[in-house]
Design a protein around this ligand. Structure first.
Ligand code: SF4
Length: 693
């Protein structure tokens, strides 16, 4: 074990806050602030401060489990790995390689995400691999690709935010999701900049705003169109920039001009004077930014919605200019890196397209296989989960808990139960692991070395600070052992740095080029921004700011999105008259598999709730704390009422971190965005019922 402080990063969200871990006299590690890391400068939220509790949790898994006569029982690693190899082999023999599915996660390190994609494609030879990041920021990724030819969450470092003139924060609640990042908004305001927050709820983030717009859930696209209409009508476009650096303006302009402010007011509930004020605040300063998060992205028209917000930055000449532009605040710890290295259904490492012959040739050469042997694109995350038990008979799952986090979760739980074989790698017995035939206990963040890429595109080194308990192994070891059992002896190193060296070669020349990044540089430089190609003579410095000279499209121009308003997939009606939107609370993370096992976090956020307006509560006859049933076409969830004027009277809110009767995702709608295949988590029709009255 290390005897001194080990600099590393938090295991949870995409901010990837820097922290140090010091050994405790009685064993374990303590978190110490690390002010030298520029992103959080020592600040941490409660999740980061308490992260070591999961390392020593009494519910931590330290022995493999194998299902015997319907019951999960302790087993040796040899037996557990043999069972997985047998299960996958049987499926492959009886139903073909595509009957084996692989499901990854946005919390896996770059090395694990890379190796998981390789494992699926050259060991299992299946096309059926995707990951839970599809449920996170995939709409922003798709929109960024269309507009700029490249998707990197933020194309500028967070440190630029306080220096801009206005930030429009669309569907992001930073105060709950990544509290240390709030300081960038505070500093923005101290510097004289303004903050516009767009959210159906008056969140703690919205309370900081100079202007808070509260649109009806699912109408962010119309809102952006209304703002663009006013920008054009008030002569606030940057014609020279549009001419020099963009294409597709006329079509986008025509679409926006069809969205009159009064029409947009009727759709969104945001008044015309508020729209005008937003345009004034956004356009008056020389520089401005639009930052989106899950609100506009988790919609069945998420790609178009984000495209409409990007349009605002193009029409006003902000994208690709210093201290200005568009960015996505990615959510999961390695949400950025997780989508770059090949665990996505349609991608190969280096953010390459699986259907691109040159990409296949390059990656196949690194892997030492025939390019023609690589499978094609597979199903997206929801579609993959929906095919379990039918087309997909066996599943290997790593770093995800879809029983809680997938939309239409009761149905997905049924699909998982219907599998012939399920293997799960996790640190605790998550709700999904409970259904497995084999559960493998794996190492955690502080027990292993690896890299992540934060929401800025900054590649970071997480270092091992503590010896893992007896009985657990790393995900890399799991893939190595399974590959060997399935007949692939080479190419699955258990050493993270060796895997990263291979990842560098595989990414070379791709959009997300890591080839100039080494573990040594990451340790010495506190992270390196991609793209960082190998430079001929001296080290490439990395690229903190993108698009300043040209965009990554073929002609170097950004492309406007020609988009129009569309309704949500499921509008309220007589039977289901209220809108449900879902989100997060500060003390829990994602499906809660880790944070629900931390006493301090559980005390702060012990369970789900239904947030509703007093007018709605009165109509329902519910008082504060009363159990309320929320019913959608997909199921029913029950949680205590939390009554507040901070939410629209036509909308209720539920956080989604819990299983059981309060599981919010029982209700959510899996209607998919046609481009990104993102489900519509953020808006569906429900009715409310009192319980036990
Ligand atoms: Fe960890 Fe995110 Fe909290 Fe930072 S903000 S401590 S990265 S959970």
């Amino acid at each position: 074990m290390q005897t001194s402080a080990t600099p590393t990063h938090c295991p949870y969200c995409a901010l990837q806050c820097g922290m140090s871990l010091t050994p405790e006299p009685e064993g374990g590690v303590a978190v110490v602030e690390r002010p030298d890391f520029p992103v959080n400068r020592g600040a941490l939220c409660g999740k980061g401060r308490t992260a070591p509790a999961v390392l020593s949790s009494r519910v931590r898994l330290t022995t493999p489990l194998v299902r015997r006569a319907g019951v999960l029982e302790p087993a040796s690693w040899e037996e557990a790995l043999d069972r997985i190899a047998e299960g996958l082999t049987r499926t492959r023999t009886e139903h073909g390689p595509d009957a084996c599915g692989v499901f990854g996660g946005g919390g896996l390190t770059n090395e694990k995400a890379y190796l998981l994609g390789k494992f699926a494609r050259i060991v299992l030879r299946t096309s059926q691999i995707d990951y839970n990041g599809r449920f996170c920021m995939s709409s922003a990724a798709a929109a960024g690709m269309k507009a700029f030819g490249l998707d990197r969450g933020l194309p500028f470092p967070l440190e630029d935010i306080p220096k801009t003139g206005c930030v429009v924060l669309v569907g992001s609640n930073l105060a709950e999701t990544m509290p240390p990042a709030l300081r960038y908004l505070t500093e923005l305001k101290e510097n004289g900049g303004t903050l516009i927050v767009i959210d159906p709820r008056r969140t703690r983030t919205a309370e900081q705003a100079d202007l808070h717009l509260s649109p009806r859930p699912g109408t962010d696209l119309a809102l952006a169109l209304g703002l663009l209409h006013l920008i054009v009508a008030e002569g606030r476009t940057d014609e020279e920039y549009i001419r020099e650096r963009t294409s597709g303006w006329e079509e986008a302009r025509a679409a926006a001009m069809a969205h009159w402010p009064e029409y947009v007011e009727r759709i969104t509930g945001v008044s015309v004077p508020q729209l005008r004020e937003a345009v004034r605040l956004f356009c008056e300063p020389e520089n401005a930014m639009v930052l989106t998060a899950r609100g506009p992205e988790q919609q069945s028209k998420g790609t178009d919605t984000v495209g409409a917000w990007i349009n605002l930055t193009l029409a006003t000449g902000r994208a690709g200019r210093p201290l200005s532009g568009y960015g996505c605040l990615t959510g999961q710890g390695n949400g950025q890196g997780g989508r770059e290295h090949g665990q996505k259904a349609d991608q190969l490492p280096g953010y390459r397209k699986l259907v691109d012959p040159e990409a296949r040739r390059h990656v196949a050469e690194v892997w030492g296989v025939d390019p023609d042997s690589l499978p094609g694109p597979g199903r997206s995350a929801y579609e993959l989960l929906d095919a379990l038990g039918t087309d997909i008979r066996s599943l290997l799952l790593m770093g995800s808990n879809p029983v809680v986090s997938a939309p239409r979760a009761a149905h997905i739980e049924d699909r998982i139960r219907s599998l012939d074989f399920l293997a799960v790698c996790d640190v605790v017995l998550s709700e999904t692991a409970e259904l497995a035939d084999v559960v493998l206990p794996v190492t955690q963040w502080a027990e292993e070395t690896g890299t992540t890429t934060n929401l800025e595109g900054r590649v970071l080194l997480r270092r091992r600070a503590i010896t893992p308990p007896d009985g657990v192994r790393s995900d890399l070891e799991v893939m190595h052992e399974l590959a060997a059992r399935l007949g692939v002896e080479k190419g699955f190193s258990t050493d993270a740095e060796e895997v990263f060296e291979e990842l560098r070669r595989a990414s070379a020349g791709g959009a997300a080029d890591y080839s100039g990044i080494t573990y040594r540089r990451l340790a010495e430089e506190n992270g390196v921004f991609w793209p960082c190609p190998t430079a001929a003579e001296e080290a490439h410095p990395g690229t903190p700011r993108l698009f300043l000279d040209r965009f990554a499209t073929e002609d170097g121009r950004a492309v406007f999105a020609p988009v129009s308003h569309r309704a949500i997939a499921e509008e309220p009606d007589e039977e289901y008259p209220v809108l449900l939107t879902t989100g997060r609370v500060v003390a829990q993370y994602q499906s809660g598999a880790q944070t629900r096992r931390v006493d301090e976090l559980n005390a702060a956020a012990p369970g789900p709730f239904v947030e509703l307006h007093p007018r709605l509560a009165e109509r329902l006859g519910a008082a504060e704390g009363d159990p309320v049933a929320v019913v959608s076409r997909r199921g029913r969830a029950v949680a205590p009422a939390r009554i507040t004027t901070n939410i629209r009277p036509d909308t209720v809110f539920m956080p989604f971190h819990w299983p059981g009767e309060g599981r919010a995702n029982t209700l959510t709608n899996p209607a998919l965005d046609p481009t990104s295949r993102m489900p519509e988590f953020k808006a569906c029709a429900v009715r409310l019922e009192t319980v036990g009255k």
